[in-house]
Design a protein around this ligand. Structure first.
Ligand code: FAD
Length: 294
């Protein structure tokens, strides 16, 4: 089993960690503390999200700049094209270029009315993520990641449309896709098959969401079209007031998910950290990556 092999037999293992820009001083402290704890796992990059409608533009830029300047960890900036003209988006991209940021996670984003509402591009804006990727490529030589949806994007009418869209993003110049959170590995593996059958060869990195709070993650999942399997809801049922057991179950659920994927031959993982380090540090160990080890 791949999950029982030592790390030196898995030199191709690649990890990345996603953060969100903190709102308060206390949250910012936790953000930097988590970056410091996860940096020794030598991630390919840590990424910082772009708030809905570009609401965190300045904070995302500040965090990404500082990670780049102060920690030596490669940073990736998420960027969306919601509510902004091409010129405005291009200016943000050039800002990253000037700050030495070489990686962008390029997304369409969701309309301010909410996830799932029809998306209307800005009249002078990029129309979708594929269009944005092409725009970024015109500006500079960035490493670009795009989004993929193992349970289909809620606005894709069918699988064909969904996979065609992923292909357009990669053909426009993206280097890899990162998936939305999912909890049934079979969904991800079937999605990989569909993508490979459509001639997509780029890496499709599973996005792993450790369950720090089942209540919170179920809310996120419902909003983004990821489903929570019954067996998972049952595992967390009644643990709202028992944080210790909740944390142990969360670790077990995520451990099961990543070791199973590793055994399926997956070598790249993206973790949604929610700016916390503990569970991700533990999962890194299960994947054979730990602080201080070469
Ligand atoms: P697209 O790839 O453009 O596709 C969206 C939908 O439109 C798909 O159903 C597609 O089939 C359809 N579509 C696209 N082009 C066409 C066309 N020409 N004709 C018909 N249909 C079309 N959101 C944020 O606001 N900030 C973030 O930082 C952020 N980070 C994310 C990171 C990851 C890894 C993931 C998976 C998602 C992230 N999101 C983020 C959420 C994302 O913005 C939403 O899921 C959004 O609804 C779709 O973005 P997209 O880039 O996948 O869009």
């Amino acid at each position: 089993r791949a999950s029982r092999q030592t790390a030196d037999r898995r030199p191709d293992l690649q990890l990345s960690f996603e953060f969100f820009p903190p709102k308060t001083d206390a949250m910012e402290e936790r953000f930097w503390d988590s970056i410091a704890k996860l940096a020794p796992l030598k991630p390919r990059f840590v990424s910082v999200t772009y708030g809905a409608g570009g609401s965190t533009r300045e904070r995302t830029l500040r965090m990404v700049r500082r990670i780049t300047a102060d920690t030596g960890v490669p940073a990736a900036a998420h960027l969306t094209c919601v509510g902004a003209s091409r010129d405005e988006v291009d200016e943000v991209v050039r800002g990253y270029q000037d700050a030495g940021v070489k990686r962008i996670v390029a997304l369409r984003g969701d309309p301010p009315e909410g996830v799932g509402q029809p998306f209307t591009p800005h009249p002078d804006g990029y129309r979708n993520a594929a269009d944005l990727v092409a725009g970024i490529r015109r500006i500079g030589d960035f490493d670009i990641s795009v989004a993929a949806y193992p349970e289909k994007h809620p606005q894709s009418p069918d699988w064909q449309a969904d996979i065609d869209n992923l292909k357009r993003k990669l053909d426009a110049g993206a280097n890899r896709a990162i998936t939305q959170m999912f909890f049934r590995n079979a969904d991800y593996l079937r999605y990989l098959e569909r993508a490979r059958a459509a001639g997509i060869t780029a890496p499709i990195v599973p996005g792993i969401q450790p369950i720090h709070s089942f209540k919170q993650i179920s809310g996120f999942a419902a909003r983004c079209g990821a489903s929570i399997p019954d067996w998972m809801a049952e595992r967390f049922e009644g643990l709202e007031d028992d944080p210790e057991t909740h944390a142990l179950v969360a670790a077990a659920v995520a451990a099961e998910q990543v070791t199973e994927l590793l055994d399926e031959g997956v070598t790249e993982f993206h973790f949604y950290t929610l700016n916390r380090s503990n569970l991700v540090l533990a999962l890194g160990r299960l994947l054979g990556r730990r602080a201080g080890a070469e």
